[in-house]
Design a protein around this ligand. Sequence first.
Ligand SMILES: NC(=O)c1ccc[n+]([C@@H]2O[C@H](COP(=O)([O-])OP(=O)(O)OC[C@H]3O[C@@H](n4cnc5c(N)ncnc54)[C@H](OP(=O)(O)O)[C@@H]3O)[C@@H](O)[C@H]2O)c1
Length: 295
Amino acid sequence: MTIIAGKTVLLTGASRGIGSMIAQAIAAEGATIVGVSRSPTGLENVGAIVQKAGGKWIGIPFDISQIESLPTLIQKVEQAAGSVDILINNAGIEIYRAFQDYSTAELQAILSTNLLAAIELSRLLLPGMLDRNSGHIVNMASLAAKKGHPYDSVYSASKAGLLMWGDALRQELIGTGVTLSTICPGYVSGQGMLADTGISAPRLSGTSTPHDVAIAVLKAIQKNQAEVIVNQDSFTVGFTKLLLGLWQLFPQLGDRMYRSIGVPQLNQQRIQNQQQAASSSDLQLNDSPVIFVER
Ligand SMILES: NC(=O)c1ccc[n+]([C@@H]2O[C@H](COP(=O)([O-])OP(=O)(O)OC[C@H]3O[C@@H](n4cnc5c(N)ncnc54)[C@H](OP(=O)(O)O)[C@@H]3O)[C@@H](O)[C@H]2O)c1
């Protein structure tokens, strides 16, 4: 059992959603959380909650999609908190589109944030962990890593990449004292990127809470679990695993089941919601007062 108390934990995506819950759960075990995300305000809010509960917190605003700048982030983290014992690659973004409608910038943003940043942060921190013969990496994947989600194909690709890169790395690390866990949550309600779309999960899919995911992360570190599916309860997790196995044998059966429970249809609705939100924010920008500057 890995002891978390006294460890330094670098947590990306710490400013809201699932990351906020992970920060609280891990800090409660006596670790120092170094929370990273772009929003300084989000980090301050989560930091205040962690510290109010007696936890140790350092917030560092940083855009992890800037892959070439990640050595600077690691320098900042080590100056503020010393060497990192546990890395939790939790930050992620999701953009719903028919595949042909993605812009190049969107492809790059999703793959950089969800996949490349996790790989590069691990590459930068691993030599120190190997020198100390101890360390743990947690990758936040998704059930979309196991069966592609239509109209969310690039997110699915990023999560499948994270899952499979982690699977390979975990095997390279055997015997080194450094371990790796991949977490695959299904639909998460209440807070987080799915809740933010305003459209609930498909009926019959199973849902979990951000707190469930945070507890799964904690247990995965403590018990060095290789891969964890989080989906409502142990019955739904067992049923999900059974279906995933079946869909390996018969992928088109999985496609039909996804259609019948409404996975593609709900993602198409999410595209419409995103477009409406974007056009109403354009409208607000256009409505803003025009300021004339006299020359
Ligand atoms: N919610 C779900 O249903 C669900 C299901 C399966 C897996 N997951 C995974 O769980 C993780 C957390 O998701 P969530 O639901 O909590 O999402 P969320 O509420 O949208 O939070 C995403 C977090 O990532 C951070 N982030 C995004 N881009 C970043 C960047 N370029 N640099 C630094 N930080 C960045 C965000 O902070 P800033 O915006 O301040 O940068 C935020 O803290 C993700 O990896 C997601 O794919 C979620």
